[in-house]
Design a protein around this ligand. Structure first.
Ligand code: SF4
Length: 310
């Protein structure tokens, strides 16, 4: 969950804050353990988050390509966009058909040649990330806005830093998210990117009481979960009331302190481990659980281990 990992790296969020520890423990007990033991998550490049960040800053796609030294890819990117548009018209019943294996659009080997370094440094070393970045910018955001029924010409799309209240503490924690504002309609929508289309219920419950840092809500915001891979957007189905959410957070915060911290997602080979910032601590290069991940009854992890594994 990108937003949660970014919250861990936000130096205004104290390590060990019970609410953040509880949110992390709910997502994965082992992740809470690594963080409490002093490890910082190591985040891989995320083309979806990166494209949304750049677009929310008011940049244009081709300005970004130019700033990355990829201006000679402009025609190839235009061709890719045109191919996706055609493919979508051919398959109107499918969601994001360009993500399916039979989509023919690809960057030619000639375009890839000599562009290895910019892609390695700016797009996480993977050509597919360039396509994911462009697709998010051009199509995914438009898919979401169509479902929101906002006027793309007048709506403001921006990054928002949320202050999440913790019942037991005066100190809020901060979490990044996305929002759309339609000033003329006093309408506001808050979007949370999940693991696929799933956002943890505890997080949804706490975010419901959150306020934005800076510009206040125009009105009570609508809350949505976003799937960056397929362009899905759904009304957040919050199944924990505010008080129940805070009760649960208090209890999970205590568990995060005392453990145990089993690496449950790794044990069931859950996809969330693929994007986890603590993956190197739980799984070795062959995908086997590390001895320290299996010693999940103890919090103490030497800094040597953390440094070596990361
Ligand atoms: S790699 Fe998997 S088990 Fe380990 S902390 Fe991350 S999500 Fe949890």
């Amino acid at each position: 969950m990108r937003s949660l990992f970014l919250a861990l790296l936000d130096r205004e969020n104290p390590r060990g804050h019970p609410l953040l520890a509880a949110l992390l423990y709910a997502w994965c007990p082992a992740a809470a353990r690594w963080w409490l033991a002093g490890a910082d998550p190591v985040l891989a490049y995320d083309p979806v988050w990166s494209a949304l960040t750049d677009r929310a800053q008011g940049l244009t796609l081709f300005d970004v390509l130019k700033s990355h030294g990829l201006e000679n890819l402009k025609d190839a990117v235009k061709t890719y966009i045109a191919e996706v548009e055609v493919f979508r018209r051919l398959h109107p019943a499918l969601t994001a058909p360009e993500t399916l294996p039979f989509f023919p659009g690809r960057l030619t080997p000639e375009n890839q040649f000599n562009l290895t370094d910019p892609v390695r440094t700016k797009f996480g070393g993977d050509w597919k990330n360039l396509f994911r970045y462009v697709r998010t910018w051009v199509f995914t955001l438009e898919d979401w806005q169509r479902k929101l029924e906002v006027d793309a010409g007048s709506v403001i799309f921006e990054a928002v830093r949320l202050a999440l209240p913790a019942r037991a503490m005066r100190k809020n924690i901060y979490l990044p998210a996305w929002r759309w504002r339609e000033k003329e309609k006093d309408r506001e929508a808050l979007g949370l990117l999940g693991d696929g289309e799933h956002v943890d219920q505890l997080l949804l419950s706490v975010v419901r009481s959150a306020s934005p840092v800076g510009a206040a809500w125009l009105d009570t915001p609508e809350m949505y979960t976003l799937d960056g891979a397929r362009g899905l957007l759904d009304i957040a189905d919050v199944r924990l009331g505010k008080d129940a959410g805070q009760d649960l957070a208090t209890r999970l915060g205590k568990l995060a302190e005392t453990g145990p911290w089993p690496p449950l997602p790794a044990l069931r080979r859950a996809p969330q481990c693929n994007d986890c910032g603590f993956r190197a601590l739980c799984l070795n290069g062959s995908g086997r659980l590390t001895p320290q991940a299996l010693a999940f009854e103890t919090l103490a992890v030497s800094s040597t281990q953390i440094t070596l594994e990361i």
